[in-house]
Design a protein around this ligand. Structure first.
Ligand code: NAP
Length: 277
């Protein structure tokens, strides 16, 4: 049976084994998928070990998305652009790195939520690994404007420079957003994991605007509360993106794109029932 895994630290609460078990059942492809805790210090050694053991593919999560690039034999254009890798595909001699996070977000916005990016004013909060993964795909949708705002003001400047060849990104600090209005506000910060919300000026959301959070479970609560206070017409968490980026990874490994609609509903229900983070 083909073997796959998600590697990260911590990893015990990862939903990826559950997601890929669903895909395997749905597509009738027999596989084993496990969650493996890997420390930063052991990353290179563990990647070699998993390759020798015959694993066909790996998902990569925090804190390895950036550092794993150094151990890839090749990287896709989108992984190079993002500077982050979330999916490894086995070759005979090593690992090919890819990044499916951005496509996962776009698929969730477009196919599941019917949220249009083209021609809209979009604000992206946060400038970490997740933001890097979604900027290229967001720019490819031709928003009217993409503004990147972060607590550390230098990171958006650097990312605007980095992404210049693919499109215009306006770097900003949270406070300098005062007076701006957006049709879509996407939270790509990890603030929710410590029960926090970035400090933003009021009235950032245009009438009828939508709010999307890459975080999910209890980490989504602060952004959800803020979005409600802004009278958002639609508020979504990152479960759909999680399922979609996994589906794209599954397709890279198996050549079949699984369905996600029923799974997303099941994962939402599970998060409500068990309060999983
Ligand atoms: N749904 C999905 O499929 C999916 C995929 C990837 C990531 N994610 C989620 O996306 C989030 C970000 O992940 P990441 O990999 O980008 O993390 P990261 O690389 O550690 O970056 C964290 C970002 O959050 C900001 N931040 C953290 N605490 C903050 C606070 N209290 N106030 C304001 N800003 C704060 C940081 O700002 P500074 O630069 O100022 O420190 C930085 O921009 C996480 O919640 C992760 O679970 C979801």
């Amino acid at each position: 049976m083909d073997r796959y895994a998600v590697i990260g630290q911590p990893i015990a609460h990862s939903l990826s084994p559950r997601i890929h078990a669903d895909f395997a059942q749905q597509t009738r492809i027999a596989l084993e998928y496990e969650a493996i805790e890997v420390s930063q210090a052991a990353l290179e050694q563990e990647l070699s070990k998993l390759h020798r053991a015959g694993y066909k593919g790996l998902n990569v999560t925090l804190p390895h998305k950036v550092s794993v690039a150094a151990f890839c034999e090749t990287r896709s254009e989108r992984a190079k652009l993002a500077g982050a890798v979330n999916t490894l595909v086995r070759s005979d001699t090593g690992w090919n790195g890819d990044n499916t996070d951005g496509e996962g977000l776009i698929r969730d916005l477009r196919d599941n939520l019917d949220i249009e990016v083209r021609g809209r004013r979009v604000l992206l909060l946060g400038a970490g690994g997740a933001a890097r993964g979604v900027i290229g795909p967001l720019l490819a949708q031709s928003p009217a404007e993409l503004v990147l705002s972060n607590r550390n003001p230098w990171k958006p400047e650097a990312l605007a420079e980095h992404f210049k060849p693919v499109g215009a990104l306006r770097p900003c600090t949270h406070l300098a957003l005062k007076g701006d209005r957006f049709d879509l506000i996407i939270n790509a910060t990890s603030a929710g994991h410590s029960g926090e919300m970035p400090r933003l000026p009021g009235q950032l959301l245009a009438e009828g605007g939508a709010c999307y959070d890459l975080s999910y479970g209890s980490a989504h609560a602060p952004f959800h509360a803020w979005a409600e206070s802004q009278n958002a017409s639609l508020i979504a968490d990152g479960i759909g993106m999680l399922a979609e980026q996994a589906a794209v990874a599954f397709e890279l490994w198996n050549g079949v794109l699984p369905r996600t609609d029923a799974l997303i509903a099941v994962l939402h229900k599970a998060l409500w029932e068990f309060g999983a983070a």
